[in-house]
Write a protein that binds this ligand. Structure first.
Ligand SMILES: Cc1cc2nc3c(=O)[nH]c(=O)nc-3n(C[C@H](O)[C@H](O)[C@H](O)COP(=O)(O)O)c2cc1C
Length: 339
């Protein structure tokens, strides 16, 4: 086991670490994290606010978002040429401490690590339809590998019967959310209307949901037209879907699911693919249990990743300022270089 190396991070390194972490996906773009930067050690903490009582009543997605941020941070440490050792939920007395990343001795990153680090800046949620070109099986296999982590399996949804099951469940969820006024109120609060004034929130006003978009991928609103299940099935048949399954359903599983999800997503971007994530339908108990049963999953489904080829790159969504993510501001993290 490597130990933290006490060298302080330079200002430039701190910026790379913080910015990389900030580009992670998060539920409704809430960016529910802060980072503490110490010599040889990085700590990611979960912010309890903002809560999403309707969209994410148990905070699953908030913790998963922090897990995604940890994946980016780990890659950034590697890209800076240090070994990285991640421990999730390292201290039960500090439940908000989602992960500790120890940066150890100098160690050159692999080409794959550098490529996936490079994908951080290009990754964005894809909510429009894909090009309809099938993702080759060996590529799907690589994504599933990249999305595997201890206690997490990234399992492709098989064409035919399994896709039909997912279509039926997503249709059910879409109708439920559309009729839920509390959910609708919360969604409109988190929808960006004036992008210049926002540093968080989902950047897809109802008027700009791409034509032909699968509705739940654009988050279901009152006015969203929900297609019939067979049409939904036809849409999904043209995409590659991975379901992230965890061994258990506790906080540690949610963190790992987010971590694995982001690793698969970055691998996809590196391979020239686009992707978008869906967790919202899985928050409904009947959807979770039917998915488990009908797909014969050996654990708990936490997220669905839609993957495919996209006609054009998705624009980046806004982020908070670095000073909000790094308590005390960037200067507080930088110590003068040691002797
Ligand atoms: C745990 C988690 C759950 C998410 N759930 C959904 C979802 O159900 N539907 C959706 O359209 N986007 C979902 N997203 C994507 C976020 O809305 C997106 O990451 C955020 O708006 C930032 O945009 P970006 O991914 O383009 O950087 C989710 C992201 C995370 C990390």
């Amino acid at each position: 086991m490597s130990t933290a190396q006490g060298r302080a991070w330079t200002a430039a390194e701190t910026e790379v670490l913080v910015r990389s972490m900030m580009r992670a996906p998060s539920v409704h773009n809430t960016q529910p994290w802060v980072i503490e930067v110490a010599p040889g050690e990085l700590r990611v903490r979960e912010r309890a606010e903002p809560a999403l009582p309707h969209h994410d009543p148990h905070g699953r997605d908030r913790v998963a978002s922090c897990g995604a941020a940890v994946a980016n941070l780990e890659l950034a440490v590697r890209a800076l040429g240090r070994s990285a050792e991640v421990t999730f939920l390292p201290d039960e007395k500090q439940p908000d401490l989602v992960a500790r990343v120890l940066a150890g001795a100098e160690s050159a990153p692999t080409v794959e690590e550098l490529r996936r680090f490079g994908a951080i800046a290009r990754r964005a949620s894809h909510r429009a339809p894909f090009e309809g070109v099938a993702v080759p099986t060996p590529v799907v296999r690589r994504l599933a590998e990249a999305g595997g982590a201890p206690g997490v399996e990234a399992r492709p949804v098989r064409p035919g019967r399994e896709v039909a099951v997912v279509a039926r469940l997503l249709h059910f969820a879409a109708e439920r959310f559309q009729a839920d006024s509390g959910y609708q109120r919360e969604l409109s609060l988190w929808t960006i209307r004036d992008e210049h004034a926002h540093r968080h929130g989902v950047g897809i006003p109802a008027s700009r949901v791409p034509a032909g978009s699968v509705p739940w991928a654009g988050l279901v609103r009152r006015a969203t037209e929900i297609p019939a299940t067979p049409e939904l099935e036809r849409h999904l048949a043209g995409e590659t879907l991975l379901v992230f399954v965890t061994a258990d359903d506790a906080r540690g599983d949610h963190v790992r699911a987010g971590y694995a999800l982001e690793r698969a997503w970055l691998a996809a971007v590196d391979l020239g693919l686009a992707a978008g994530v869906l967790t919202q339908p899985l928050h409904l108990e009947p959807v979770r249990s039917a998915l488990c049963e009908d797909l014969e999953l050996t654990g708990f489904p936490q997220a669905l990743l839609r993957v495919g080829y996209a006609a054009e790159a998705d624009p980046p969504s806004p982020r908070r300022g670095e000073q909000e993510v790094l308590p005390g501001g960037p200067d507080s993290a930088v110590r003068p270089p040691g002797p």
